[in-house]
Design a binder for this molecule. Structure first.
Ligand code: PMP
Length: 400
């Protein structure tokens, strides 16, 4: 007899023990670009609080006021009993911010993506970038449409797939706006052009870029001047907006349809009052304080150029997500620990998310990182990288 637990657990546990459990599920107390890790204060680069709003007192005051007025939970689904006037206000504000007719807010960003499933019916074709977020992958899997996955940002591959799909099939292209591992952008101008030429709808998951990119913080579409080319946006309040929750924004009829058909909306409790109020306050600050975006990009630019000068490979990112390519998973684990010992908490991307030999350390840089934080990050990578022989030794000091 085969035991289902033993059968499923053993391959996964082998992968994890090869790496050591520490970077994963490490408890941290993070705020304002720093974290307390096992009693030590370190620079925090492992959360996606790009604009530093999760520690903003104005956001905290709004959340506390909502708890006082509405309690800690709605204890019900949006459909029945779990909709506050505050949810409706957030939906109006998100729609207005992105210049859409309507929006629906969901309990997490993952659930916003899962809410798309009812759109994917039999005979339809969904085209997805292979590097799309897991929740977009799951949204497509749970539907009935044919799924075609094109190689990451490979526009020729996408074009071939579109051409092969048959003129009559209803089509939709789905892509992350800013990809969360490499920090690169989707090639929206080409994707929008292909969507138009092949009669396809276009959905962009702006989880990482809405709030962060574009002069007004409206994401990659604003960055490329293509707001109107996107049919539906999904996004999250857990990164730039210092809260938790997600949204889908687009034509009123589509949003209305999703309200009554999306299982991830109907069969789960709604965003708690404090999270809705925090998201509303953060949205206002995001619009009013564009300098936060400028600072996050400036921090990233300095870190990236400093790491490059030391001899690290930071890929093609031009955003506050900076990957540092290390190589084998085991070496990446050692580098993570050495960098932490030097006072910087980072995140790792390892197999199965990337091939075994392509593990990387990922830095999320924030508007609240100071010049001192930048220096500490670069010093930590220099010392750790030299100890492990990943970068050349420091040039000898010139005698004065
Ligand atoms: N989409 C993308 C591209 C993401 O990176 C994430 C979060 N990692 C999500 C959606 C899900 O967001 P949330 O954490 O709010 O569920």
């Amino acid at each position: 007899m085969t035991d289902i637990f033993a059968k499923r657990l053993s391959p996964v546990m082998q992968t994890m023990t090869g790496f050591g459990p520490r970077p994963l599920y490490q408890a941290v107390e993070a705020r304002d670009g720093e974290a307390l890790v096992e009693g030590r204060r370190v620079v925090m680069t492992a959360c996606n609080d790009y604009l530093g709003l999760s520690g903003d007192p104005r956001v905290a005051v709004a959340a506390a006021a909502a708890v006082k007025r509405y309690g800690t939970s709605c204890s019900g689904s949006r459909l029945i009993g779990g909709t506050l006037p505050l949810h409706e206000e957030l939906e109006r504000r998100v729609a207005a911010f992105l210049g859409r007719e309507a929006a629906i807010v969901t309990t997490t960003g993952c659930q916003a993506n899962l809410a798309l499933t009812p759109l994917f019916g039999r005979g339809d074709v969904v085209f997805s970038d292979m590097a799309n977020h897991a929740s977009l992958v799951d949204a497509v899997r749970a539907g009935w449409a044919d799924s075609r996955r094109y190689r990451h940002c490979d526009m020729r591959h996408l074009e071939r797939q579109l051409a092969g799909a048959g003129a009559d099939a209803a089509k939709v292209i789905i892509t992350d706006g800013l990809f969360s591992v490499e920090g690169d952008l989707c090639r929206l101008p080409e994707i929008a052009d292909l969507a138009r030429r092949h009669g396809s709808r276009l959905v962009v998951d702006g989880a990482h870029d809405i709030g962060l990119m574009g002069a007004g913080g409206r994401g990659v579409a604003e960055h490329f001047g293509l707001m109107d080319a996107v049919d539906l946006y999904t996004g999250t309040f857990s990164k730039c907006f210092g809260s938790i929750g997600g949204f889908v924004a687009g034509p009123a009829e589509v949003i209305h349809f999703l309200r009554y058909t999306s299982r991830s909306v109907i069969f789960t409790a709604s965003m708690p009052p404090a999270s809705v109020a925090a998201a509303l306050a953060a949205l206002e600050i995001t619009v009013a304080e564009p300098e936060r975006r400028t600072r996050a990009f400036e921090v990233a630019r300095q870190v990236k150029s400093g790491l490059g000068a030391l001899g690290f490979d930071t890929g093609a990112s031009a955003t506050p997500i900076v990957p540092v390519h290390i190589g084998p998973t085991e070496l990446c684990g050692r580098m993570w620990q050495e960098v932490l010992d030097e006072g910087v908490f980072t995140s790792v991307v390892v197999t199965p998310a990337v091939p075994e030999s392509q593990a990387l350390i990922r830095l999320s840089l924030q508007a609240v990182h100071t010049d001192d934080h930048i220096n500490r990050i670069l010093d930590a990578f220099a010392a750790a990288g030299r100890r492990l022989g990943l970068i050349p030794a420091a040039p000898p000091a010139v005698p004065s």
